[in-house]
Design a protein around this ligand. Sequence first.
Ligand code: KG4
Ligand code: ZN
Length: 340
Amino acid sequence: MLILGIETSCDETAAAVVENGKRVLSNVVSSQVPLHAKYGGIVPEIASRAHIENIMPVLHEALSSSGRALDEMDAVAVTVGPGLIGALLVGVSTAKALAYSAGVPLVGVNHIEGHLSAIFLESDEVKMPFVLLVVSGGHTHLYLIKDYCDYEKLGQTRDDAAGEAYDKVSKLLGLGYPGGPVIDRLAREEGDPAAVKFPRVFLEGGTSDFSFSGLKTAVLNYVRGLKQERLSDRQVADVCASFQAAVVDVLVRKTVDAAVKTGVENIVVAGGVASNGALRENLRKAAEAAGKRLFIPSPALCTDNAAMVAAAGYHLFKAGKVAALDLNPQANLPLEKMHI
Ligand code: KG4
Ligand code: ZN
């Protein structure tokens, strides 16, 4: 079964062809990072316009490099939310037109369903139920994934997402957008994670919720407190490593605790921040110590892409979740309410 996947929820215009939810025949991602970098974050109106320009070339490339034609597709799967509404509209409108013209079913995919499905493209061993940590620019959520369409939210950030904290700290240090990859690199290559003791916010009563805005403020206060016009490269690297250590400690502990509390053996991590080297390494050690199995997609499948959407589309299609042509995108679309 061939699924054409389309993803336009944020700042990546992406299309992919995936066979049987497993074999990636093509996976094309056009990143808008250079367009947004000078603003230090994503500008929604610019994102929508760029999606309009990019979507047809990206689709053509995804189909031609897959060696398959549109009329060979069994369904078209598209991200319907959560995300930027103007950006989502481009993908959803395009998917509807393609499904209608090719006479094939349309499948609406939650962006988080996409992220959690990336692991199925690479692993035959991962099985539901699993605890899912989604960490991206817009999400820091823990879910219990019992089956496709059966999702329970365990916790979420009460303020900033982890990726958002990376991006804001990066902006503050003058390192540009997106912050995650550059902070990850400086922390790994040059910084001392013990240089500054930034707070680890675990919140009251063993909750699975997160909070990262206090950490961001602590970094700001620390940098201001140095009263220097410009930090040295060494100081910047130390702040990066110390900030990253604080984020990673909390993510690791809460994720493994959630698996212990729910009694689930498997842990899956997804989203852009899941490509972080320190997070991957520390989670692996902590999961092993707790007797849990950890699954993380390779970095290219952690950040936004359409192969993950096609994979989710395959599983949803098999579960009979076909959308009508009046499908509308939704900026806020909680995963646990997606199929109720
Ligand atoms: O999943 P994604 O591509 O888009 C959203 O759905 O948000 O995630 C993008 C986020 C950005 O905040 C970026 O700074 C962060 O993921 N990110 C990282 C790394 N690579 C990307 N954060 C930490 N370490 C990384 N290596
Ligand atoms: Zn994402």
